[in-house]
Design a protein around this ligand. Structure first.
Ligand SMILES: [Ca+2]
Ligand SMILES: [Ca+2]
Length: 275
C-alpha cells in the first residue's frame, strides 16, 4: 500500500510505502492496517495505491509501479484534512444561564465562509449554526446552569474534517445535604472531557468525598481543593497510581472543589459526597 503524501505524482518519497503484507498475503478475510498521517502530508486529495502481485514468488517487486505476472492494482483518492483549531470558554451564572464562547483560530482545510458550530445542550438534539474565524458567542443556550448542565460542541469546516471540542459543564455548586444519608455519585469520565465539581455543605459543616471506584490513565490527574475553586489550598491530588479507590478527602470549611484532567479515556467514577 502506497500513499503519495506530498502530491508530487509519485510514491517514491520517504514514508510513502505505508504497508506490506507478509508473504504470501492472506487469502480471504480482511487485512486491517492502521495508518498515521505524517506531519508533512499536504492537505487535500492525494492518491492511495493498493497493489497485489505475484511474479513466481511473493517476495519480488515490492514497488508501486512495474510489471508483474499476476495481480491487481487499485487507486483510491484520500482527502487529507488540515485540522480546525478552536477553543471554548464557558460562562455560567449559576441558577440562571450558561453560555459558550467558541474562538475559531483556523478553519484548516475549510474554505472561507464554510465554518459551522454544532452544539447539543444536555445531550439533546444537536443544533448547527454558522461560524466565523474569530469569536462566536453561543448565548442563551437555554440552560438554567445547575451543576449538571452541559453542552457538547464541535466545529466544522464544510468537509468531513470536524473538530470535536468535547463536553463542557457549568461548574455550578452541588449542595450537599448534611442531614441526608451519603449518596453515591456516578460520573462517566469521557474522551476530551475535563471536569470540575464544586460541593457546598451547610454553614459550619465540612465536605467529605470517599471514592469507591475510579480508574485513571497514565497522564490523568485529579486535584482536590479546600475551598470554592482551584485557587484554594490543595487537599492533595495526582494520578493515584491509576486508581482513586479508596481515597478520602475532607474540607476544612463548607466548600470543596475537584478538578479532573484527562486524555481520551472512558472511565466510571463513583464517590460518596457527605458532610
Ligand atoms: Ca510522493
Ligand atoms: Ca517524489
Amino acid at each position: 500500500m502506497y500513499i503519495n503524501w506530498n502530491q508530487d505524482l509519485d510514491f517514491n518519497d520517504a514514508g510513502e510505502s505505508v504497508f506490506s503484507s507478509p508473504a504470501p498475503p492472506p487469502v480471504g478475510g480482511a487485512v486491517v492496517v492502521n495508518i498515521t498521517v505524517p506531519a508533512n502530508a499536504i492537505p487535500g486529495n492525494c492518491t492511495m495505491r493498493i497493489r497485489r502481485q505475484y511474479d513466481g514468488d511473493w517476495y519480488s517487486n515490492y514497488t508501486a509501479c512495474g510489471n508483474s505476472d499476476l495481480g491487481q492494482v487499485e487507486d483510491y483518492t484520500l482527502n487529507i484534512c488540515a485540522p480546525v483549531v478552536a477553543t471554548v470558554e464557558m460562562t455560567a451564572v449559576c441558577g440562571t444561564s450558561m453560555d459558550a464562547e467558541v474562538t475559531i483560530i483556523n478553519l484548516g482545510s475549510g474554505a472561507p465562509g464554510s465554518g459551522t458550530i454544532t452544539y447539543a445542550v444536555n445531550g439533546g438534539t444537536p443544533v448547527t449554526v454558522g461560524a466565523v474565524v474569530g469569536l462566536n458567542s453561543l448565548s442563551a443556550l437555554g440552560m438554567v446552569a445547575n451543576s449538571t448542565d452541559n453542552v457538547t460542541i464541535s466545529v466544522g469546516n464544510g468537509s468531513i474534517c470536524n473538530l470535536d471540542l468535547g463536553t463542557y459543564y457549568s461548574n455550578c455548586p452541588v449542595t450537599v445535604d448534611c442531614n441526608a444519608p451519603a449518596e453515591t455519585y456516578n460520573y462517566c469520565y469521557k474522551n476530551n472531557e475535563g471536569r470540575t465539581f464544586h460541593y457546598v455543605a451547610a454553614p459550619g459543616q465540612t465536605v467529605t468525598l470517599n471514592f469507591i471506584q475510579g480508574g485513571l490513565g497514565a497522564s490523568d490527574v485529579v486535584n482536590f481543593f479546600d475551598g470554592p475553586n482551584a485557587a484554594s489550598p490543595s487537599l492533595g491530588g495526582g494520578n493515584f497510581s491509576g486508581n482513586l479507590a479508596p481515597a478520602d478527602f475532607v474540607s476544612s470549611g463548607q466548600d470543596m472543589f475537584v478538578k479532573m484532567r484527562q486524555r481520551c479515556h472512558q472511565q466510571l467514577f463513583r464517590w460518596w459526597p457527605n458532610c
